[in-house]
Design a protein around this ligand. Structure first.
Ligand code: NI
Length: 191
């Protein structure tokens, strides 16, 4: 296992459409090692998720894990999930306004509109298909990670650039109001 370099905004690989994997490729030692290295890299960076393009591989693989995350302490827990060739379909028109950040966009957060309910379909690292519904704040986490696989960064989705803030300024000026805003969403979905 190895901690990999995380590419930063401006690197062209972050803007590519990631390629889907065949079952054979997914089973290969190379891809299984890549997944292990992505897990270690996400843990080392305290990420809530990471996508293969962020470590320089334009492959449709991303991870999500939330467990007392110091970057996002208000996010509900999500067990470590490896998503290969994921597909997201919004289930309804309803959205919420999230404050997102990204390991590839240092010290910046901003408001992004996300669907509150999604259908999520993916292969796990053994190649087994999972179809599920994700609701609430957790749905935003999956949408952020899957965006990386189509070359999109959260800054592309920031509808009002005046919401952009460094992490310390977020803590100082916006965090309290944002947490209050999330309460009804968390109460409704529990996720
Ligand atoms: Ni990101």
């Amino acid at each position: 296992m190895a901690v990999l370099e995380i590419l930063q905004v401006g690197h062209p690989i972050l803007r590519e459409h990631a390629r889907e994997l065949s079952h054979e490729e997914l089973a290969s030692a190379e891809v299984q090692t890549l997944i292990d290295d992505m897990i270690e890299t996400m843990h080392a960076a305290n990420g809530a998720g990471i996508a293969a393009p962020q470590v320089g591989r334009s492959l449709a693989i991303c991870l999500v894990e939330i467990r007392g995350n110091p970057r996002y302490p208000y996010l509900p827990s999500i067990p470590l999930t490896v998503l290969v060739n994921p597909k997201i379909t919004p289930r309804a028109d309803e959205t919420f306004s999230n404050y997102e950040g990204c390991l590839s966009v240092p010290n910046l957060r901003g408001r992004v509109t996300r669907s509150t309910e999604i259908d999520l379909s993916y292969l796990d690292r053994s190649g087994a298909r999972t179809d599920c519904v994700v609701r609430g704040l957790s749905a935003g986490v999956y949408q952020h990670e899957c965006d990386h696989l189509v070359g999109a960064l959260f800054v592309d989705r920031v509808s009002d650039p005046r919401s952009l803030t460094t992490w310390p300024e977020f803590e100082r000026h916006y965090k309290a109001a944002f947490l209050a805003e999330l309460e009804p969403l968390l109460a409704r979905w529990g996720s």
